[in-house]
Design a protein around this ligand. Structure first.
Ligand SMILES: Cc1cc2nc3c(=O)[nH]c(=O)nc-3n(C[C@H](O)[C@H](O)[C@H](O)COP(=O)(O)O)c2cc1C
Ligand code: SF4
Ligand code: SF4
Length: 425
């Protein structure tokens, strides 16, 4: 049976599944039930200076799929709205009662050294395993010079990280904002400041939708709204790419990464780990489905690892990183062609319309007796774009089949069609 335990920048955890800093980790009542359900760790809801933040009503909005499943989630909540002392007492008790679980405390304070120097000994005294610096909250707090206002300026990221390293012995995890052009810049800055790890992503600036009668966006606070932070399944591709960017960057490739963003099942987690994450954090999926989703996550990951012969998480950590490269290094001679399984085809014609109208006119619609339709790929025209496979409503009906071209690997830097090519080797 696979061993799911991890050690992430010195922090031990029985499994890689942590709850991200957010409502699920807001108080002892939640965290204790999360630990009972099997979560390996939590990042406590972000603490700040007293007086605590005050929230508005309402606070959340969402984008739905056809069956009202939530695809993306948006919030305008601030950091903890509870007194610092109450949080610290609860953290101390929870860590005492659950010594084998990872308990990290998220922090957000003004960009001055004194408040950081003052709070860090208080966090250490709780027995917590580490701190996470919330440089990512995109709403409300940046207006006060905190959260993403820090995360978007690499110099500030480095400066605050350095203060934290100076004033605590605890591992320092820097949580990054995705609301930036190149996530590698703050990651490098965190490393330069002495960070033990980075975590990402925090939420993406967003407005989900509008009430067109009232002409106000959701979540509405009376007759006005504001941009929020987007998360949930919809942001996973953005998060995965940013994790990979940091894992691939020669400057930060050894920096531990805690992956966050749209993780809802074991497969999502495995993908983050394969692209560079040493632990994963979950918020929206737990908010929508409750703490018990961790059971499927642990069972599924463990079963898959057994199947693949991975005995520990480290066995497949970063395994997909070397296969993630710049476009210019992809093989120009690789070729796939669409193939339709006529036994599975329901003759809906979606693939035909997609390829005919917007791709390469590589699917033929053959009209037969009694207006019957058959769809066939014109092999010579197919460029292997995947569009028909993506559009087809029947799983496994269209497959993309690799072709034996007999040609050797040749990337764009070597391609004679490239005016700046270095020549075919
Ligand atoms: C309602 C809500 C409140 C959040 N509060 C915090 C917070 O206090 N500190 C923080 O670092 N991140 C906060 N986050 C961001 C999450 O920790 C996480 O980075 C983000 O939601 C992406 O993960 P997910 O797709 O699993 O939700 C919050 C997210 C939500 C939805
Ligand atoms: S893969 Fe692209 S080009 Fe080929 S048949 Fe499908 S849609 Fe057309
Ligand atoms: S989209 Fe799929 S099911 Fe529909 S016609 Fe094309 S191959 Fe058949």
């Amino acid at each position: 049976m696979a061993d799911l335990s991890i050690e992430f920048c010195g922090i031990k955890s029985p499994n890689p599944f942590w709850l991200a800093s957010a409502p699920p980790t807001d108080k002892a009542y939640n965290v204790v039930r999360a630990f009972e359900a099997g979560w390996g760790g939590v990042v406590w809801k972000t603490l700040g200076e007293d007086p605590p933040a005050v929230n508005v009503s309402s606070r959340y909005s969402a984008i739905y799929g056809k069956n009202r499943e939530v695809i993306g989630f948006n919030n305008i909540e601030l950091i903890t709205d509870r007194l610092l002392d109450v949080n610290l007492r609860e953290i101390t008790q929870v860590k005492k009662d659950w010594p084998d679980r990872a308990l990290i405390v998220s922090l957000m304070l003004p960009c001055e050294e004194a408040p950081w120097a003052a709070i860090l000994p208080l966090i250490e005294a709780t027995g917590a395993d580490g701190i996470e610096l919330n440089f990512g909250c995109p709403h409300g707090m940046p207006e006060r010079g905190m959260g993403a206002a820090v995360g978007q300026v690499p110099d500030y990221v480095e400066m605050v990280t350095r203060w934290c390293k100076k004033h605590t012995r605890l591992p320092v995890i820097v949580k990054l904002t995705p609301n930036i052009t190149d996530v590698r810049a703050p990651a490098r800055a965190a490393l330069a400041g002495g960070a033990d790890a980075v975590s990402l992503i925090n939420t993406v600036n967003s407005i989900t939708h509008l009430d067109l009668d009232r002409m106000v966006a959701f979540p509405a606070v009376g007759n006005a709204s504001t941009h929020g932070g987007y998360c949930g399944a919809a942001v996973k591709p953005i998060a995965l790419n940013m994790v990979a960017e940091i894992a691939r960057d020669p400057a930060t490739r050894n920096l531990p990464i805690s992956g966050i963003g749209g993780i809802g099942n074991w497969r999502d987690a495995a993908e983050f780990i394969a692209l560079g994450a040493g632990s994963v954090q979950v918020c929206t999926a737990a908010m929508l489905h409750g703490f018990r989703i961790v059971e499927e996550m642990k069972d599924g990951l463990s079963r898959w690892m057994d199947e693949k012969g991975y005995r520990s998480i480290a066995d497949f950590t970063r395994k997909a990183v070397p296969n993630t490269t710049d476009w210019k290094y992809l093989d120009m001679n690789y070729q796939v062609i669409a193939q339709i399984d006529q036994d599975k085809c329901i003759k809906c014609g979606k693939c035909y319309v997609a390829c005919e109208d917007t791709s390469h006119q590589a699917i033929a619609q053959i009209v037969g007796e009694k207006d019957s339709r058959t769809y066939e790929v014109i092999r010579d025209e197919c460029v292997g774009c995947n569009l028909c496979e993506i559009t087809c409503p029947v799983e496994g009906c269209i497959t993309m089949v690799p072709q034996e071209t007999g040609k050797e690997y040749m990337n764009w830097t070597q391609d004679p069609r490239n005016p700046r090519a270095e020549g075919v080797r």
